[in-house]
Design a protein around this ligand. Structure first.
Ligand code: EPS
Length: 385
């Protein structure tokens, strides 16, 4: 499966084409909209999300609520387009002399993107580099999530740190986690930490600053053997890391114990193997984050991603005007104070996408029914091992 997205942040719409989904996957626009709404939410979001009301309009590849096997095309309208129509007009009548951006924001794509494409107006860069694009990515990833759900695989994301405030480690079933995340404005299942995180966001807002953080994705219900150890590009940990690093503002990814494991002796890092006739092979710890040798090991897959603070600051950093080469403070664009909860929803979609890709490589077929048959045959074989 593959997908591409298109669309400028203040253009008419975002679109995605998702190709290679099997036939027979139950899908509705409403199902996708639930995730789009979650992506728009989270404490710390800015003014743009008050304008938008993201909805996925399915244009192809789905009929009567089921995928057909043909490419799925979907569109998410930008409501803000009505305020930008003259400036962002694709036609020759566009006003190119207003809202020109010449003072690059440190940490954003502005300067390198302008140099790369030869743009003197960095609006031509920021319109596409903006994390607005992730709405289309969430829509595409949600199709993959729907497919995984049919196989009993659940993807749950949660915010585990905002700035210096970190949540306590949480052991819970997927249902409990989903419930606690849904009840939190920050998608953080630890209410004590959540309060402190909100305070941190409030004080960043007051001082014209922004905050990053960490989110964690847990994937339940994968059998051992998804991904592979035979070639580097089959390794699931590498693929998940790539998918998560591909999200705007993500600067680091870890699997299981991750960086903490590097400071611990092997005797404390690796998960002892046990066997019982009822449970088959099992572990009592999960330092590996559910991945050994680039493959799932049957445990919960646990990956975390670190998001840098948003580079658009209301108290802007030092920059240089690319027209005059004079020192100036960077442009101030409307922005979020903290978008880690939104990034967490994008992370769920990105992880779901990469996992569905790996699952289809192993069990792939043209119909969901075929895939389910292969999946259950394999589960039987795993059970007998
Ligand atoms: C975003 C929409 C954008 C930003 C944000 C993400 O809208 P606007 O630029 O019109 O305010 O709010 O993007 C950034 C913070 C960024 O640095 O690119 C969205 O839909 O998530």
């Amino acid at each position: 499966i593959r997908f591409l997205t298109a669309g400028e942040s203040h253009g008419p719409a975002l679109t995605a084409i998702v190709d290679g989904l099997p036939a027979g996957v139950p899908v509705t626009g409403e199902y996708i909209d639930v995730q789009l709404k979650r992506r728009q939410g989270g404490y710390g979001r800015g003014g743009r999300m008050k304008i938008e009301n993201d909805r996925a309009v399915l244009l192809s590849g789905v009929r009567g609520g089921y995928t057909l096997g043909s490419p799925v095309c979907l569109r998410i309208e930008n409501r803000d387009w009505s305020n930008w129509q003259k400036i962002m007009d694709p036609g020759p009548g566009a006003i190119l002399t207003e809202r020109v951006v010449t003072r690059p924001r440190p940490g954003h794509a502005d300067l390198s993107g302008a140099i790369k494409y030869g743009h003197r107006d960095m609006r031509n860069v920021l319109e596409r580099s903006s994390a607005r694009e992730t709405a289309a990515r969430v829509a595409a990833g949600t199709l993959a999530r729907r497919l995984l759900e049919e196989l009993g695989v659940r993807v749950v994301g949660m915010v585990t740190a905002i700035g210096k405030v970190a949540s306590a480690g949480i052991e819970a079933t997927p249902e409990q986690l989903e419930e606690r995340v849904a009840a939190s404005e920050l998608y953080c299942p630890d209410p004590l930490a959540e309060n402190k995180m909100m305070e941190a966001i409030d004080s960043a807002r007051e001082s014209g600053d922004s905050l990053g953080g960490v989110f964690e994705i847990r994937v339940f219900g994968l059998p051992p053997g998804i991904g592979g150890y035979v070639q580097w590009d089959q390794r699931l940990d590498g693929r998940l890391a790539g998918a998560l690093m591909g999200i705007q503002a993500i600067k680091g990814v870890e699997v299981g114990l991750g960086f903490a494991g590097a400071a611990m002796p092997g005797s404390r890092v690796h998960d002892d193997i046990y066997y019982s006739p009822e449970m088959g092979f099992y572990r009592e710890s999960n330092g590996a984050g559910g991945i050994e040798g680039g493959m799932t090991n049957g445990g919960t897959v646990v990956v975390r991603a670190a998001m840098k603070p948003i580079p658009t600051l209301y108290k802007p950093k030092q920059s240089v005007d690319i027209a005059t080469k004079e020192p100036f403070t960077a442009s101030v664009e409307r922005s979020d104070i903290c978008a880690v909860p939104a990034a967490c929803v994008v992370g769920e979609a990105a992880a779901a996408w990469e996992l569905a890709r790996a699952v289809l490589e192993k069990f792939g077929g043209d119909t969901l029914e075929e895939i389910k048959q292969r999946w259950s045959l394999y589960l039987e074989r795993v059970g007998r091992f």
